[in-house]
Design a protein around this ligand. Sequence first.
Ligand code: AP5
Length: 218
Amino acid sequence: MNLILMGLPGAGKGTQAKYIVDRYGIPHISTGDIFRAAIKDQTPMGVEAKKYIDKGDLVPDDVTSGIVKDRLSEDDTNKGYMLDGFPRTLQQANNLEEITSDLNKPLDAVINIDVNPDTLVERLSGRFICKNCGATYHKLYKMPKVKNTCDVCGGHEFYQRSDDKPETVKNRLDVNIKMNTPLIDFYKSKNILFTVDGNQSIEDVTKDIVKILDQFTV
Ligand code: AP5
């Protein structure tokens, strides 16, 4: 199963990705996670990407597409993959067409998590993350079951992403909203777009996604 999970910042891509990759046993390829790891390791690519991410801008298409090409060339994607946060521009979508065709790993489905933009600021500003394992929580919608303790790894330290600060969030949303409609139209025209209502609870969004993806496993 070769998939894209798309949606505006805060739509719930990372949250849903965890369930999907566990259920279907495919690797999760998040360009945002790849950039954050490179920033942490202070690689040349990370240093370059940080300049854009800190402002809420998109990292240039050639850099991002190159990363995805390398990652999709790895053997663990032969049985399927789930891209999260890529493509984000029409140029990236066209690059991906070329990459998947060269590698003979064509897309089966694009899941678009559709959320009212007004709620996204609240989603992003309330998000906090486990420092040890990266599990994502929300001050209102997804608190750890035991106070100050990560459900997944038992860690006690949490942080807020630097690009979730209010001054960056506004630009991130503006930039991504502008790019979103042409991308949706691109995949609609290929008849592989499935849109789910991301305004529901986390569990209900998961159920809707599973309903769609289970069709591809028979
Ligand atoms: P990236 O890391 O991909 O960030 P993003 O797209 O902005 O998405 P987020 O990770 O912020 O949100 P999400 O949809 O995963 O939401 P989450 O599940 O955490 O990219 C970061 C940056 O890297 C970009 O800004 C850009 O600079 C660069 N970049 C990455 N890819 C690029 C590309 N292809 N091209 C160029 N540049 C690129 O949920 C958010 C919160 O809401 C959480 O707290 C969660 O608990 C909560 N929540 C989730 N679902 C629900 C629900 N249904 N109800 C209530 N709360 C919910």
